[in-house]
Write a new protein. Structure first.
Length: 86
């Protein structure tokens, strides 16, 4: 889970972001489509505040959700740059 306070397109301030799906793009060019649920409370079993899909390019091999989380908080082009992994 990524911890980062972020205003979502619907105006909600979400603080918790959980990956629910990672897909490799069809051309296998180190690009991934990452689907993320964002929540405005610490209780991630409650309602989702925002759900979106992000195209992420990674120079490193992504073998797990943790690898993707680390890529999301460190990649300069990521919307989650500067977050923390919980």
């Amino acid at each position: 889970m990524i911890i980062l306070s972020k205003v979502m397109p619907n105006g909600v301030i979400a603080t918790r972001h959980r990956i629910f799906k990672i897909e490799l793009t069809k051309d296998f060019s180190n690009q991934y489509i990452v689907s993320i649920n964002s929540y405005h409370t610490e209780d991630t079993s409650g309602p989702i505040s925002w759900q979106d899909h992000y195209l992420i390019t990674s120079e490193t091999c992504i073998a797990s959700y943790r690898d993707m989380e680390n890529s999301l908080i460190s990649s300069p082009s990521s919307p989650f740059l500067g977050g923390e992994v919980e």
